[in-house]
Design a protein around this ligand. Structure first.
Ligand SMILES: Cc1ncc(COP(=O)(O)O)c(C=O)c1O
Length: 379
């Protein structure tokens, strides 16, 4: 039967406890989520700083819509590049102390657009094994050669780069890893790049706003050639940016197909993003709260529960099987807690996990309730 694979693969997903479905969210903030008429404590939000729905950002969104409209109405190179975009790019360049910034409509598009454009025949991408799907897809869709090194294994990366016969090497990693929450060794990556005359490309989706004194993310820790970050997590809007030097900027504007052939991000959203970045820069208490509550979680959980050690909002408890993870997630729901079960292919086989995200909107009581429920559900 034609297209028989559609039914077959869906049935198989069910059998493997890997079937996915969307859930309609009735309302949510960085602390609570209402689904199917019930309100849960939300530990699955990427609104790390708790900025979504902030009055200043909503006001800027309205103002941006009034000034520039909700839609860019063209790609950036036609007539889609508005003052709102230019002004946002300038703010980001100043914030991160980089000469150039360009905007994309999502982080996925940015990663694909950059890696595809820079992935010429002589390019060799060296990707951390735990790199996000958009980085993997971008690298493999390009003409470059791509090799993945063991997660955070700087010795292996050094050896691989020493043996590379390609002249244009690019090291790709995430600042904070999306499913483990641990950090790349950015200093070593930067030093290896200098040693091997390679470039660095860091995905800061989970670092921007959260790491650095003013939320500058990975650039607060090491000099890096290119950094990409989505606005869809701590910055609480949508779209993404890439910062880089002048030459790379000009090259991407001319050769990145996602940049050239896609409608620019909404100018109203760009205007709102300016307001959001301003808050992220100055409201240090949001970052401090994440650190304080993360520490509390690690002290409240039973000693035999393995929590991946991190200094971010993301805290993974690896349970192994997809079944066990789903069951634990269901048990937490009975206690009014929402933690989504993360299963393959998002993570490797037998490493299904609860991915707990702690935001600036949680409080100590929430964390104690969460730890208590996990301690109970774990057995
Ligand atoms: C590490 C990482 N990179 C890129 C993306 C994609 O960003 P966006 O949601 O803006 O497409 C995500 C998540 O969604 C991510 O976790």
């Amino acid at each position: 039967m034609a297209f028989g694979f559609i039914k077959q693969k869906l049935v198989h997903q069910h059998e493997l406890a890997l079937y996915r479905r969307t859930k309609c969210v009735e309302s949510q903030n960085a602390r609570e989520v209402k689904i199917d008429g019930r309100t849960y404590l939300n530990f699955s939000s990427n609104d790390y700083l708790g900025l979504n729905n902030h009055a200043d950002i909503n006001k800027a969104m309205q103002e941006g819509a009034d000034k520039f409209g909700t839609c860019a109405s063209a790609s950036s190179l036609i007539t889609g590049y508005h003052y709102a975009h230019q002004s946002l790019e300038n703010d980001i360049c100043t914030w991160l102390n980089k000469p150039k910034c360009l905007l994309f409509s999502s982080g996925f598009a940015a990663n694909q657009g950059v890696l595809d454009a820079l992935g010429e025949k002589n390019t060799h991408y060296w990707l951390d094994k735990l790199s996000h799907a958009s980085l993997i897809d971008g690298a493999f869709a390009s003409e470059a050669r791509t090799k993945r090194f063991l997660h955070n294994d700087m010795l292996q990366l050094d050896t691989l780069l020493s043996s590379s016969s390609d002249k244009d090497n690019i090291i790709v990693s995430e600042g904070v890893f999306s499913m483990d929450g641990d950090q790349a060794n950015l200093r070593s990556i930067s030093e290896l790049a200098t040693k091997h005359k390679a470039l660095t490309y860091i995905d800061d989706a989970h670092s921007i706003g959260v790491k650095g004194i003013s939320g500058e993310g990975s650039l607060s820790q090491a000099p890096l050639d290119m950094v990409m970050a989505t606005f869809g997590k701590a910055i609480a809007t949508s779209g993404a940016f890439v910062v880089c030097n002048n030459d790379i900027y000009e090259y991407l504007v001319n050769f990145s197909r996602h940049y050239i052939y896609s409608t620019a991000m909404s100018p109203a959203v760009a205007w709102a993003t300016k307001a959001s970045i301003k808050l992220a820069q100055k409201e240090h208490w949001r970052r401090e709260k994440i650190i304080e509550l993360s520490h509390l979680l690690s002290t409240e959980l039973n000693d035999d529960i393995e929590l991946i050690k991190t200094e971010s909002s993301i805290h993974a408890i690896v349970l192994g099987s997809a079944d066990k993870t789903l069951n634990t997630s269901e048990k937490l729901k009975e206690d009014g807690i929402w933690v989504t079960a993360i299963r393959p292919p998002t993570v490797a086989n037998n490493s299904s996990r609860l991915r707990v995200t702690i935001t600036a909107s949680h409080n100590a009581k929430d964390i104690k309730h969460l730890a208590n429920s996990i301690n109970k559900a774990y057995f």
